[in-house]
Design a protein around this ligand. Structure first.
Ligand code: ARG
Length: 470
């Protein structure tokens, strides 16, 4: 048990207490960030005349070597230490002696951990946005390739009106586009540096907080030292956005599972992205989609966990906040994996165009257009609705469809029908006449695809990808 404190204690910490208190088993994930933050801190201490140039150089060299030794496996992070901060500091002191004891001047583990966590979450936010970007690219390509792939659209999971695969994929494109924009927003809100806040009340040393903030690519220092060590809002915001991403992925997965079912057969999931059954030789299961749907729960769980952890905490730092890490790390890993696997599954999936189109032709998806046809001939909409309803009933008895009835049969229900009705209610017309922006008609879709291509190649890259940060 190696500790940073002990002067005011007369007894050793109980072993169970030490273990219960320790976080090194999981906060070693913050090792890189801890080194980066410490280097920025001592560079600033020297600039302010608090450390000599020699002391600063010794510390920076020591930290750089520790980083290298851990990366190359020469130095192991062991659970002898309470947390990653204690490990790094103790190792530094062992290596360089007294200068190492000065590294923590003007700093508390409270602002240190606040910084480490923020650096980590900031880096991961960019990686998740990159995964989302790839998914958006894949979706847009499918949209471009499927402007004329007709399929039924559903409400209440009942066939409603015909649409296209491009249109259906476009709905998910918009969802994931909002998700990536949300990450961009929260990135900018979180990008302020807590270092220099000390335990909670700042420090009497003349630290240059703006300088350390700029060294680490922050927009500036945070403006209240109590808030700085007590704030985990940015973790909550990220987890909330991750939950929304998972909710979208889960809905999409549910549709893929349905489309992959024996009853639908709209798609074939590539062999590389499916699994078999140990007993039923005929099975090819959509496990990736099911796992993505299933893993949504643990990401929601992470959000609920931190919201609950934070809700009763008095200012400023409390040890409860150590609980922010494991669930956040797990949620980040889960979302990245889900995005990568989901994208791979989508990019290799086969869409059965013919089955989709045939399905769209059944189930009276052109009933609304048939009513609109009558309206165009002067029939009030409510009457037209009733006429088509009676036709549907007639078709159900005959096991037929509206477009398969003869003109005489149609005219028996309403004399307004003429020969042009067949073209007016064909699948193609039903889709292609829908040309308001956002609708599935080809020109409307092409315009939306153009705008979204522009979003990917110009808007997102210009606003969020300059200088390799968002
Ligand atoms: N392991 C702690 C955490 O994750 C580091 C901060 C400890 N600060 C303290 N005063 N005990 O929050």
């Amino acid at each position: 048990m190696a500790q940073l404190w002990g002067g005011r204690f007369t007894k050793e910490t109980d072993k169970l207490v030490f273990d219960f208190n320790a976080s090194v088993s999981f906060d070693q994930k913050l090792f890189e960030q801890d080194i980066e933050g410490s280097i920025a801190h001592v560079v600033m201490l020297e600039k302010q005349g608090i450390l000599t140039c020699g002391e600063k150089d010794a510390i920076v060299r020591g930290l750089t070597q520790i980083r290298q030794d851990v990366a190359q496996g020469h130095l192991l992070i062991t659970d002898e230490y309470e947390d990653i901060h204690s490990f790094v500091e103790a190792e530094l002191i062992t290596r360089i002696g007294d200068a190492g004891k000065k590294m923590h001047t003007g700093r508390s583990r409270n602002d240190q951990v606040a910084l480490d966590m923020k650096l980590y979450v900031r880096k991961e936010t960019i990686q998740i946005a990159d995964c989302l970007y790839e998914l958006l690219e894949t979706l847009l390509t499918i949209m471009e390739d499927n402007l004329h792939t007709y399929m039924p659209g559903f409400t209440h999971l009942q066939k409603a009106q015909p649409t296209t695969l491009a249109h259906h994929m476009g709905a998910y494109f918009e969802m994931f586009k909002r998700d990536i924009l949300r990450l961009g927003d929260l990135y900018h809100r979180m990008n302020y540096c807590p270092l220099g806040s000390g335990a909670f009340a700042g420090t009497t040393y003349p630290l240059d907080r703006a300088y350390t903030a700029s060294l680490m690519g922050f927009e500036g220092p945070t403006l209240n030292s109590m808030d700085s060590v007590g704030d985990r809002d940015y973790v909550i915001e990220l987890l909330s956005s991750l939950s929304t991403i998972m909710m979208h992925l889960s809905r999409f997965s549910e549709e893929i599972i349905i489309w992959n079912s024996n009853e639908y057969r709209f798609i074939d999931i590539d062999d590389g992205f499916s699994t078999g059954s140990s007993i039923m030789p005929q099975k090819k299961n959509p496990d990736i989609a099911e796992l993505v749907r299933g893993k949504t729960g643990r990401v929601y769980g992470a959000l609920m966990s931190i919201l609950t952890t934070m809700k009763g905490l008095p200012l400023a730092y409390n040890k409860d906040m150590q609980e922010d890490k494991e669930v956040t790390f797990d949620a980040i890993e889960t979302v990245k994996n889900c995005l990568v696997l989901f994208r791979g599954m989508l990019a290799t999936m086969k869409f059965h165009h013919k089955t989709m189109e045939e399905s769209a032709m059944k189930g009276f998806t052109n009933a609304t257009d048939a009513a609109d046809y009558l309206v165009n001939k002067g029939v009030p909409f409510r009457d037209a609705h009733g006429i088509i309803g009676r036709l549907v009933l007639y078709c159900l008895e005959k096991d037929s469809s509206i477009d398969a009835l003869s003109l005489e049969e149609l005219q028996a229900v309403s004399p307004v029908f003429e020969g042009d009705v067949y073209d007016a209610i064909s699948l193609k017309t039903c889709v292609e006449k829908r040309l308001t922006i956002g609708a599935p008609g080809t020109e409307a879709m092409q315009e939306v695809i153009r705008m979204n291509r522009d979003f990917l190649t110009h808007v997102w890259n210009r606003e969020h990808k300059t200088n390799e940060t968002m």
